[in-house]
Ligand binder design. Sequence first.
Ligand code: C2E
Ligand code: MG
Ligand code: MG
Length: 777
Amino acid sequence: MASAEIDVGAGQAPDHPDRHSGRLGDRYAISFRRQFLVVTVCLLAVNLMIGLFARHQQRAIIDYAVNVYDTAFISTNYVSLAQIAFQHYVDEQSRAIGPDQASKANELLETVLDDIDVAIERSSSHLTRTEGLELRTNISELLKLGGDSPELRSLTDDVQQKLERLHQNNSAIGLQARDDIEAFSYRSDLLLLASTLTSIMLAGLVLLVTHRMIRSLNQRSSDRLYAALEGMPQGLSMFDDKQRLIICNAEFGAMYGLRAGLIEPGTPLRAILEHRMENGTAAINAENFVEEELASASQPTAIALEHQLQDGRTIALTKAPLSTGGAVTIHMDVTEKRNSEKQIAFLAHHDALTGLANRVQLREHIDKILEKVRRGGTASVLCLDLDNFKIINDTLGHSVGDALLCAVSKRVRDLVRDRDLVSRTGGDEFSIVQFGTEPPMEASAALATRIVEALSAPFELGDHHVVIGASVGIAIAPDDGDSADQLLKNADMALYRSKEEGRGRFHFFEPEMDIKAQTRRVLELDLRSAIAAGEFEVFYQPIVNLAENRITGFEALLRWNHPTRGRVAPNDFIPLAEETGLIGAIGEWVIRQACAEARRWPSDTRVAVNVSPVQFRNKTLVLAVVSALAASGLRPDLLELEITETVLMNNNEATLAALHQLRALGVRISMDDFGTGYSSLSYLRSFPFDKIKIDQSFVRDLSERPDSIAIIRAVAGLGQSFGMTTTAEGVETQEQLDQMRAEGCSEVQGYFYSRPVPASEIAQLLIGFQERVQAAA
Ligand code: C2E
Ligand code: MG
Ligand code: MG
C-alpha cells in the first residue's frame, strides 16, 4: 500500500482501470502462472537430478578410491614383499646344498605364497587376481620340483617375471586411478556448475514472480485508490511539505473552477489560491486570502473549519496533517445544508406568513431584555388584537385575511423603532417589545395610540376595502412581571380589558385584573360542573301580542343557581360558556327544557329560545332541535329560535343552510337585539326572519333620544311590509307600552308585564294576566 502511494505520488497518470481488470488481463495472468509453474517444476526436477547424480558419482568414486587404494598400495606392497621373499628363495635355492637346505628354501616359498594370497585378496584388479592365481600355481609347482634342475630355473625366472609384471600392473592401476579422479573432479565441477545455474534460474524466477505480484498489487491498489477518489462526493487534495500538489480528485478541481493545468501533481498551492482569487472562489472573510491560506497549510495541525466563498457557497474543510509533512484536506460543499439549516432556524423563530418574529423568538427576546432590565432600565410588552378580523376572514376568505395580516404587520413595523421586536403570536394577535423607554408608560401609551389609529385606517386589499381596528394591552417590566410568561399574561389581561371596554383602545395592566382573571378561572371550573350538578334553571318571560292583548308566548331565559354566588345572570356566564365551548351542551339542555315546558302550556303558546353563534359553529344545532321537538312532542311552529346578528356575521353559508333547515322543519326564527349590530338591515335581507325583536336600548332611550322613536317606527314599518312580527323588548312603563302600540309594534316584552319567572309560576302568571285584561276591559 505504501508503495502504491509512492507510485501515485510520483504523478503517474493512472491507466484506465478497465484495462487492468479486463478479461485479457485475466487470461494473461493465468497463462503466466501456468508457464511459471511448468518452468519451476522443470528446473526443480533438473536440479534434483543433478543433485542425485552428483551424490551417486561421489559414492562411486569413494568405492573406487578404496579399491584403488587396496590394489595400488596394499596389494602392490604385498607383491613387493612376495618379490623380496622370492628373491630370498632364489638366493637360498642357489646356495642350498643338500635336501635340508633345499627344504629350508622352500619354506620361503610359503612366505611368498602367503604374500601373494594377501595381494590377490586386497586387489580389485581382475588381471592382478588372474595373474596372482597363476603365480600361485607356478610357485606350488616350484615346491614340487626339487634340486637344481633346468625346469626349476626356468620356472623361477618365469615366476620372477610374473611377479614383476604383477607389480607393474598394480602400479599402473594407481596411475590410472589418479587420471580417473581428475576426470571425476572435472565432471563434479560441471555438475556443480549446472546445479548452480538451475538454482540461479529458480531464484530468478521467484524474483520475477515476486516482482510481478508486487506490481500487480500496486496497480490494483492504485486503481482502487483512484476509483475511490473519483467516486467521492467531496473534493480531496493532498499537498506535500513544500506545498505542492501531490494528488487531488476531479471534484476538487470542479469545486474551485480549476483548469486542467492546476490539478497536475506538483502544482504549487499558491498558484491554486491565486487562481481562486481571480475566479471568485476565495473565502469571503479573509483579508489576505492567499497568504492566510499558505500560513494555515504550513501548520502541522488538524483543522476543521468552514469557508464562505465569494460566489455564495459554503465549503467545509477538514485538514489532517501527513506524517511526511504536508496535509490531506477534504472539501465538502455544505451550502444547501447550511441554507436549509438557516431556513429551519428562521422558520423556528419567525411567522411564515408575515415574516415577523414568532412566539418562540418573542419569549427568547423578552428573556434577553429582562436581563438588561435587571441591570437597570425598563421595557414594555404590548399585546394587540385585531377587532373584527374573524369576520373579514370568514366572509372575504382566507387569502384576503392573509393579505390583511401582512398589511397590518407592515403598518405596525413602520411604527416601531428598529430595536423594538414585533411578533405575531396567534391568528390576529401581535406583540411588541419596547426596551429602554424612559418613562415607559408614556412611550408605550404613545405607541399604542399610534397603533390603534394606524390600524383603524381602511386597508385596500385588491378589490376589497376593509376596515378593522385594534385593541392593545400593555405590561411594563419589571413592575408587571419579571418573566416572559408573566409579562405576556398580564399584557393579555390588559388587552382583554380593552376589548371589554369596547375595543379600539389600549389599557395598562392593573393588579386587580389578575384577581378578576383568577375569579373567571374559578367560575369556569364551576360552570363545567353546573349541568351535572343541576344548577341551571330556565325562567320564562311572557311576550304579549298588543292587538290581541294576550300572552302569545314566553322567552326562555337561563339562570344559574350557584351554591355560593347565588343566582348568576346569563350575561355573567354565557360569554364564558361561549369561550370555553360549554355553551353547546348548555344550549341543548335549554332547548330540551323549554320544549318540554311549552308542551304543558295552553295551545298556541310559543316558546322562544336564545341560540348562541357558537352553537351554529358546532353544526349539531339542527339535530339538537329535532331531538328536543321529538322528545317533547311540541309542534315545531311553537318553537322560536332567537339569533343575534353576530350569528350571520360568522360563517355565512353554513349558518344560512342551518337556518333554512330549521325553517323547513317549521321552527320560527327571530332576529334578537335588532339595531345593536354592524349592518342590521343587510342581515334582514339575507334571511326571511319571522320576527324582529327591537333591542331594549331603543325603548329605554325613548324619552331622551328622539331618534330612537324614529328607529322603532322604521323597524315596525319594515316588519309590516315584510310580513314580520315586531317585538319591542324592555318595556317597563305604561308610557313605553303606549308608544310601542302607537308605532305599530306587534308585540312587547318587559318588566311592565312580568319579569322572567320560574316555570312553576307560569300558570299563576297566565291567570293573573287574564284577570288584569278582564279588569281593564
Ligand atoms: P335577550 O335575549 O335580549 O333577553 C332579554 C333580556 O332582557 C333578559 O335578560 C331579560 O331578563 C331582560 N329584560 C326583559 N325585560 C326587561 C325590562 O323590561 N327591562 C330590563 N332592563 N331588562 C329586561 P337576561 O335574562 O339577563 O338575559 C340576558 C341575555 O342573555 C339575553 O338577552 C340573551 O341574549 C342571553 N341569554 C339568556 N338565556 C340564554 C340562553 O339560554 N341561551 C343563550 N344563548 N343566551 C341566553
Ligand atoms: Mg332573546
Ligand atoms: Mg334581546
